[in-house]
Structure formats: C-alpha cells, structure tokens
Design a protein around this ligand. Structure first.
Ligand code: DC
Length: 223
C-alpha cells in the first residue's frame, strides 16, 4: 500500500516549495491539491461557465483531466494535455477558487481524484483538508503556518515576478479574506488536524523546514 504524507496550511505558508523539495528528498510524488481546485476554476472561467452554479461546477470536476508532471526539476500542471501552470495563479482564478472549492459536490469529486492519485504511489500531498478528510490515517501529518505578513510578502514577490500589477497591501487584504472563506465554509473547513505536527515557517527557509520534516520522516520509521 502506498504512503501519503499530508501537508496542510494556509496560502503561502510554504506548502508548495517545501512539499516539492521534501518529496524529491524522499522519492515520493508531489501533489498540490490547490492546483486541482485552481485547474477546475480556470476551466470554468475560460469556458464562460457560471461560477455560482454548483451543478455546473461539479460537472467540470467530474470530467477534470488534470495531470502533474515533473519536468526539468519543477512541477508542471496539465489540463486536457495543455500546460496551464502559468495560468493557475492569475488573479481572476485566485478570486473565484474559494467560491468553487466551497461547493460540497465539487469537494466530493475532488476528494475522489485526490484519493485515487494517492493510492497509486507514495505521495506528499498538500492542501487544506488532506490530513482531516482525504487521508485521515496518514502516518505523518504536517501543518505549516507563518505570520500573515510574511505569507503576503511571499505571495507579493511571486506575483511581482510575473509582472502582475498589485500592491503588498492588496495581497495581504485579499489573502486574509480567502483564509477566512476557507475556514468558515461548511464543507470540510480548513483546520489543523488534531494529530498534525505544526511547523511555523515565519523565520525558516525552505531548506530548514524540509530538514525538520526529514527528521520527522525518519523518527516515524518511514525511511
Ligand atoms: O493552496 P492554494 O492557494 O493554491 O488553494 C487554492 C484554493 O483552493 C484556496 O481557496 C483553498 C482551496 N483548497 C481547498 O479548499 N482544499 C484543498 N485541499 C486545497 C485548496
């Protein structure tokens, strides 16, 4: 049976960079489930479908053909065979994804996709409900946190590199709103799994965080 290590945490707590490096160190595949919600949301926007209609959104997730591929040491996300990685963090996608991710039918279908991917091979999976809902029996659950200010700074730097015209203040404000929306939704709200190990990355580099995780991995007898 495959092992799934879960990493949950809010936006820009370091899940993707830490999760990807950690997975490479232990030889597991890396799956960022936020990318699944983002890929479905992108499809809905590009096809002018209604983001307010749960059944329409659910149909998209029922047929979602999303693939994760490692190319030259970085992860690329494909939708229907097309590389959509660069589009996943466009502001219009980021704006609608919490609305779409809150639909219970969308979450149920997404859960099926995530469980299937994790059952096929050893996986490091990041998201909001991986340790609580998707793989509650995981032998190692990590919960990453960081101060809102440092998370907004990280996100701002990423967006600036992509030449997106946005201020740090706006990034912080929108991030806090999204955190709240993810935490108060009825369908599997974002919360720390009771049995997760919390790592605060505010003052840690990616490498330092991964080192802590490698220690936990060994201590749990998973290596
Ligand atoms: O981690 P991220 O910012 O890429 O996540 C995008 C959105 O998807 C965010 O609103 C939270 C939601 N999400 C979720 O509800 N459950 C997950 N397992 C992963 C992401």
């Amino acid at each position: 049976m495959s092992e799934v290590i879960t990493i949950d945490g809010p936006t820009s707590s370091g899940k993707s960079s830490v999760g990807h490096l950690f997975s490479a160190n232990i030889g597991f595949q890396f799956i960022d489930t936020g990318a699944i919600y983002r890929a479905g949301s992108l499809f809905i926007l590009e096809n002018n479908l209604s983001t307010a209609d749960e059944n329409v959104c659910a149909k998209v997730f029922e047929n979602l053909n999303v693939e994760f591929k490692e190319i030259d040491g970085s992860q690329r996300i494909f939708l229907d065979g097309k590389d959509i990685t660069e589009k996943l963090h466009l502001p219009q996608v980021t704006k609608v994804v919490p609305i779409i991710a809150a639909f219970p039918k969308v979450r149920e279908l997404s859960k099926k996709i995530q469980r299937k991917i994790g059952s096929l091979q050893n996986t490091v999976m990041t998201g909001r409900d991986i340790g609580t809902e998707i793989f509650p029996d995981s032998k190692l659950k990590i919960f990453l946190t960081a101060s809102p200010e440092i998370r907004a700074k990280r996100r701002y730097e990423q967006l600036k590199q992509k030449d997106l015209d946005i201020s740090y203040e706006k990034v912080l404000e929108e991030m806090l709103k999204r955190d709240e929306a993810d935490s108060i939704r009825e369908a599997s709200p974002f919360r720390k799994p009771d049995d997760a190990v919390e790592i605060d990355t505010t003052n840690l580099t990616t490498k330092q965080t991964v080192e802590k995780m490698l220690e936990l991995f060994k201590a749990r007898g998973l290596s």
